[in-house]
Design a protein around this ligand. Structure first.
Ligand SMILES: [Fe+2]
Length: 159
């Protein structure tokens, strides 16, 4: 299991100049690294830690994507539809791997999940997210905790 498994990490050049979005992105990288660490550190808590990481990942995917999409919708961002498709395609791949892990409990599936999250995000930020840099700002992005977004609570974008 010990191949070249160094995951990409956050880099300042990934910044989209929206604090809360940069923080979300950094959390995804940390979560990927955490999943990898947990796999390589067997303990009594390993299964629990993996399940917790998966739950947080699901919450981040739902809440963070919603945060970006709501902000893009608010400014009539022209590439909104393509951006949503990119998020959905990633979400489908993650969901599949999580389902696979919950069926086989194979730790290599978690390594694949960590790899997917870190690699996809690296590509997505540079290829897609950076295109909204300067259009989405600290002022027009909802910066509440993800749980509010994921739960659809109190949309702040009502006119
Ligand atoms: Fe995005």
């Amino acid at each position: 299991m010990e191949q070249n498994n160094t995951l990409p990490e956050w880099n300042d050049k990934f910044s989209v100049n929206v604090d809360v979005i940069d923080e979300d992105h950094q959390a995804f990288f940390r979560l990927a690294a955490l999943m990898q660490d947990v796999v390589s550190s067997p303990s009594n808590e390993q299964t629990y830690l993996i399940e917790t990481a998966i739950n947080i990942l699901e919450e981040y995917i739902e809440g963070h994507f919603l945060r970006e999409q709501l902000a893009m919708a608010k400014i009539d961002y022209p590439q909104l539809a393509e951006h949503i498709s990119a998020h959905d395609a990633f979400d489908d791949r993650v969901t599949l791997l999580i389902k696979e892990y919950r069926t086989n409990h194979d730790l290599t599936t978690i390594l694949a999940l960590a790899r997917l999250v870190a690699d996809w995000l690296t590509q997505h930020i540079q290829g897609v997210d950076l295109q909204y840099k300067g259009l989405l700002t600290n002022e027009n992005v909802d910066n509440r905790a993800l749980v509010y977004l994921a739960a659809g609570l109190d949309p702040v974008f009502a006119p």
